[in-house]
Design a protein around this ligand. Structure first.
Ligand SMILES: Cc1ncc(COP(=O)(O)O)c(C=O)c1O
Length: 268
């Protein structure tokens, strides 16, 4: 993945390698729009290519799209599913646009696997709350939800700008971060071999928190990354949080320059 999402050549290469090793790929899971945590969006020019690779490899694509309506510039991205009803399972949720506590979402799936999905859902939760679903139905039927989403987008765009501005002003040299066009997150890369998981207790002592990148990698890598969320705090708090985080990164950089790598990530 780079700034434009899944790299088609890398996907093809991985599929070839996995198949050559005699393993079967069940599906490709993807968050193509305003990715959590990487905050990137699959570029328009890559979308058809990814669908084509999946089609040729007989690979089902799961399009998880919780943030698709929360974009800051222009119209929402066209869903991958719109161009491949038979090859894509589309997952939607009201968690980001109505209320997370309701735990109501939906799936658009090819006919052939719909019954199996219903069975899987029933075995996982027996019976989903009818009350929660009725509340969402009533909300959609009686409230100006599209206007509400526009307000959310304005609110989050202001918070995204506050975070990007504060990062620009405060972060020490060598840090790199994404500039999200929507969604909730900024994905930041630390410089000089710093480890976001080892640094977290110091950040919490400074009363600022983030999610270490390791939480998003199945193999425990990703320690040089951290995920910042701007959806909840107001701009003044975001600026203060980034100021504190910058102080933690600076202190950690100094410690590392003085003492070298921590035992956990060195050979000794
Ligand atoms: C990529 C992604 N998928 C799914 C979800 C969860 O949605 P829900 O609250 O409907 O379980 C989230 C929420 O953070 C998410 O970021």
């Amino acid at each position: 993945m780079d700034d434009e999402g899944i790299i088609p050549e890398a996907l093809e290469e991985t599929i070839t390698q996995v198949m050559a090793a005699g393993r079967r790929i069940k599906f490709l899971y993807s968050v193509p729009t305003f990715h959590n945590p990487a905050a990137v969006t699959l570029a328009a020019g890559r979308r058809a290519r990814i669908l084509d690779i999946c089609r040729r490899s007989d690979l089902l694509l799961i399009e998880d799209n919780p943030y698709g309506l929360l974009g800051f510039d222009g119209e929402p991205q066209r869903a991958l599913r719109a161009d491949s009803a038979e090859g894509v399972v589309y997952l939607g949720t009201f968690s980001k646009t109505v209320a997370p506590g309701l735990r109501v979402g939906w799936a658009l799936a090819p006919h052939a696997i719909r019954d199996k999905l219903v069975l899987a859902a029933e075995s996982a939760m027996l019976c989903h709350s009818s009350l929660a679903q009725l509340m969402v139905r009533e909300y959609l039927a009686s409230q100006p939800w599209q206007e509400q989403i526009k307000l959310f987008c304005e609110l989050y765009a202001e918070r995204r700008d506050a975070m990007l501005g504060a990062l620009e002003t405060s972060m020490p040299p060598g840090c790199r971060w994404t500039r999200p066009g929507g969604g909730f997150y900024v994905w930041l890369r630390l410089p000089g071999g710093l480890d976001s998981k080892a640094m977290l207790p110091r950040a919490i002592s400074a009363r600022v928190a983030y999610v270490p990148g390791t939480g998003f990698y199945a193999d425990g890598s990703g320690g040089e990354y951290l995920r910042l969320s701007y959806c909840y705090p107001e701009p003044a708090k975001i600026r203060e949080g980034i100021r504190r985080l910058a102080g933690v990164v600076e202190a950690e950089t100094e410690l590392r320059a003085t003492f070298g790598a921590w035992p956990a990530d060195s050979e000794s």
